[in-house]
Design a protein around this ligand. Structure first.
Ligand SMILES: [Zn+2]
Length: 97
């Protein structure tokens, strides 16, 4: 009978140690994840704007601002703005003719 109780206590101890280790590894892994998230370019709370040319979402502060027909448009790069403007004006010119 005493052997059974001792085995039970040892079993509980092993289980608790296992759980504690698992919790330590889990929480450290979770911390690493949040550090990685902080390095991501997308910051929560900041507005995302869609590049109308390549359809990539960029944070407003990092977006390239382009003006077209008095309208402000946001692009991921100057290249996209120039390409978009080129295609847009070409399309409008075709419509006019
Ligand atoms: Zn783009």
């Amino acid at each position: 009978m005493f052997h059974v109780i001792r085995l039970l206590i040892i079993g509980i101890l092993i289980y608790l140690i296992y759980k504690a280790l698992k919790w330590i590894f889990w929480s450290s892994g979770k911390n690493q994840e949040s550090v990685e998230q902080r390095h991501m370019p997308v910051i929560s709370g900041e507005d995302l704007v869609e590049d109308p040319y390549c359809h990539v979402y960029v944070p407003l502060s990092q977006a390239y601002r382009g003006y077209l027909d008095g309208e402000t448009l946001y692009f991921c790069s100057k290249h996209c703005y120039e390409q978009y403007r080129l295609h847009n004006t070409a399309g409008k010119a075709r419509e006019a003719v």
